[in-house]
Write a protein that binds this ligand. Structure first.
Ligand code: HEM
Length: 228
């Protein structure tokens, strides 16, 4: 009961929950990126003698996705991920509602001098990512993992990125994700208070570099596949 009150009812609890779920989602995004980079590795990288019977990019990508669905420990991690995403969204809504309430009170002070453009627009960025995730899950996850109507995930992904406006939607979602990651990493470390204040400057640069790095690598996948 005390933990529940601490997590959802206090501002510190809500921020800590946001930080922990956010960091877990980032961990997933790193693995997800590595898996999807297979899509842009040239076939010449898959010599048959080295990879056994995995002879090309098509087989490698489908072998990877088959493994994700049929290896039970990954299924457990996937459920933890869905729970983390749901908690992250509910928590974000609670924090936003609370901020609105605080702004309505006459003694509440809006200090724009210390907040960056990203931190003031986390709500908008989060909403763009939310819409993107719904579309993304409906396209791939629902068809392949849930309804099981699509068995060749590689072909599904390749066909999707042959449509120019689909590439545009992905680029918008990925840019929003990049900004969200930069601010998210920084504020997660501040919320959890793991480091001394001085180290926060370094964390800021690490967050910026990491957010950019992730966004660029995700963003090049649809573009390369479109022109392939
Ligand atoms: C160009 C980049 C991307 C490609 C090609 C891609 C591809 C896929 C595919 C094929 C799936 C279904 C199979 C699976 O579960 O792994 C999937 C699932 C998923 N994707 Fe992506 N994705 C991309 C970017 C993203 C981004 C930027 C996000 C987050 C904002 C994201 C979040 C997810 C989530 C949460 C799932 C469900 C994971 C699960 O059930 O284990 N993806 N993606």
């Amino acid at each position: 009961m005390a933990i529940k009150k601490g997590l959802f009812k206090t501002s510190v609890g809500r921020k800590n929950l946001m930080a922990v779920t956010g960091l877990f989602i980032i961990f997933f995004l790193i693995i997800h990126l590595v898996g999807n980079l297979i899509l842009i590795i040239p076939d010449s990288f898959f010599p048959i003698e080295f990879w056994g019977n995995v002879a090309n990019q098509h087989d490698m990508y489908n072998a990877y996705s088959h493994f994700l669905v049929h290896f039970w420990p990954i299924t457990i991690v996937a459920w933890v991920l869905y729970a983390a995403i749901a908690l992250h969204i509910v928590d974000a809504l609670l924090i936003t509602l609370n901020n609105w309430k605080a702004k309505g009170e006459k003694y509440a002070v809006t200090d724009n001098s210390t907040s960056t453009w990203i931190s003031r627009n986390m709500g908008i960025l989060g909403t763009v990512i939310g819409v993107f995730i719904v579309l993304h899950m409906a396209q791939f996850w629902l068809q392949y993992k849930v309804l099981k109507v699509e068995h060749d995930l590689y072909n599904l992904v390749i066909e999707t990125f042959k449509v120019w406006w689909m590439v545009v939607i992905y680029e918008i979602g990925i840019i929003a994700l990049g900004f969200h990651i930069v601010h998210g990493i920084e504020s997660a470390h501040r919320s959890l208070g793991i480091y001394p204040k001085k180290a926060m400057n370094i964390i800021k640069y690490i967050a910026l570099f990491f957010g950019l790095f992730m966004a660029i690598l995700y963003a090049i996948i649809p573009i390369i596949l479109y022109f392939k």
